[in-house]
Design a protein around this ligand. Structure first.
Ligand code: HEC
Length: 188
């Protein structure tokens, strides 16, 4: 709720200056005009709004693809989509329609001794414990207009990440603006 709060405080501050600035006119005139100007100002200043609730049922969504990250992340991940996402992916609909939700899950990348024994050599890696949080991108072109129509969220052990973390999402995902901010392709 923090981003919403700070943006509404900002809007209230601006509201104050708009009312002061419209000195010489009738009261109702003034109200109409400030309301109109406020709308525009609110749109222009729209601070990013982040998703703070985990979309229910996401663990049962269908698979879009998998990925492996090395370096600091060092995980193996799955990208899942709700029905709207899967339909858009399969039909090649871009931009993704409102209602699309894409989830990114990740786990530690662990060698499996048991599997290695069965194979007779070291070759097997599997998903271990949940790692690097769960992330979502939720499409709502109205609500998330200031971040390309996508609401971003990150949860560690079910707890939503703060604004500092969420402010990094959009700027990096903007690298694939031409693909509606989504990196992952559908694995055929
Ligand atoms: C430094 C760049 C970078 C930042 C910052 C970043 N991402 Fe991503 N994200 C990626 C890349 C690259 C992929 C695709 C590969 C992968 O899954 O690791 C991805 C994948 C995703 C996906 C799967 C859909 C897709 O675009 O492929 C979601 C959902 C996602 N990120 C959400 C987030 C959220 C939420 C945040 C902020 C908390 C965030 N990302 C921050 C680079 C970034």
């Amino acid at each position: 709720m923090k981003p919403v709060l700070s943006s509404s405080i900002a809007v209230m501050l601006v509201a104050g200056s708009v009312v002061l600035a419209t000195g010489a006119s009738t009261q109702s005139d003034k109200n109409d005009r400030s309301a109109g100007r406020l709308d525009t100002i609110a749109q222009k200043m729209a601070a990013p709004i982040f998703v703070t609730k985990i979309p229910p049922g996401y663990r049962d969504w269908r698979l879009i693809s998998v990925a492996r990250e090395e370096g600091n992340l060092d995980d193996v991940r799955a990208i899942l989509g709700n029905d709207v996402a899967i339909k858009a992916y399969r039909e090649g609909t871009r931009p993704f329609p409102d209602g699309t939700i894409i989830a990114r899950l990740a786990w530690s990348y662990d060698p499996s001794e048991e599997n290695n024994k069965a194979f007779g050599r070291r070759q097997s890696f599997v998903a271990g414990y949940p790692k690097n949080g769960v992330q979502f991108m939720v499409k709502d072109t109205t609500k998330y207009a200031s971040t390309g129509g996508w609401g971003f969220s990150h949860f560690d052990d079910g707890k939503p990440a703060g604004e500092a973390v969420l402010n990094t999402c959009f700027s990096c995902h903007e690298a694939v603006k031409a693909r509606d901010l989504v990196f992952t392709d559908y694995a055929p």
